[in-house]
Design a protein around this ligand. Sequence first.
Ligand SMILES: O=P(O)(O)OC[C@H]1O[C@H](OP(=O)(O)OP(=O)(O)O)[C@H](O)[C@@H]1O
Ligand SMILES: O=c1cc[nH]c(=O)[nH]1
Ligand SMILES: [Mg+2]
Length: 209
Amino acid sequence: MSNVHLISHPLVQHKLTLMRRKDASTSTFRTLLNELSNLMAYEVTRDMPLQDIEVETPLETTTGKIIDGKKLVLVSILRAGNGFLDGFLNVVPGARVGHIGLYRDPETLSPVEYYFKMPQEMQERDIVIVDPMLATGNSAIAAVDRLKQLKPRSIKFVCLLTCPEGVAALQKIHPDVAIYTAAIDRQLNEHGYILPGLGDAGDRIFGTK
Ligand SMILES: O=P(O)(O)OC[C@H]1O[C@H](OP(=O)(O)OP(=O)(O)O)[C@H](O)[C@@H]1O
Ligand SMILES: O=c1cc[nH]c(=O)[nH]1
Ligand SMILES: [Mg+2]
C-alpha cells in the first residue's frame, strides 16, 4: 500500500497489544495511549523541515538546527483524538491545535460534525490529524474534506489502528494524505468495528461504557 506508514517499533507493538486486552482498565488504557502517542509522534515528525540558527555554547558560536513547531497544526478528531493529542504535544510543544467534533451515526456510520475550530493562517501550515481509529474511513474523509477547504500545505493522518477497508477508502478519495498507523487489522464487522481491534476507543479512553 502506497503512502501508508506502518510503525512497527517493538515498543509500539507491545503497548498496542496491552491496550487490546478487554480487561485493561480505563486508567491503563489511557496511560498506554499516551505513551504510544509519544512514540508514534517521533515517526510522524521524522521529515519535519529544519532551519539553521546561530547558537552560543559556553565555548563558542556555532550553527544548530531547529524546527518551527508553530507551522505544525495537530488536529484532533473529538472525542477519541484527544487521547492521542498529549503525546504529540509532548514531542512538539509549540504546535498549534485544531479540533473537529465528529461522531459516527450508529445506524448509517456517517460522521456528524458538531464542532470545528482551527488556528488562523492555515495556508501556511502542515496538518497532522490524530484519531486512534480509522474504521470505515468516513470520519477521516469528512475531516480531510473540511480541512482541504482551508488549503493547508500538507495533511497527514495518524491512527493507532486501522483495517484494509479504512485504508482503501481514505486513499481512494485522498491519495495525497499519508496514513501512519501501528497496525492494520483483519476487517470490519457489520457494525463498523475493527476486528480484532480494541473496541470503542472513545468509550475506553473516557470510561463512558
Ligand atoms: O472510520 P470511521 O468508521 O468513521 O470510525 C472511526 C471513528 O469512530 C470513532 O469515533 P466515534 O464516532 O466513536 O466518536 P467518539 O470519539 O466521540 O467516541 C473514532 O474515534 C473515529 O473518529
Ligand atoms: O473499532 C472501532 C471502530 C470505530 N471506532 C472505534 O472506536 N472502534
Ligand atoms: Mg466512540
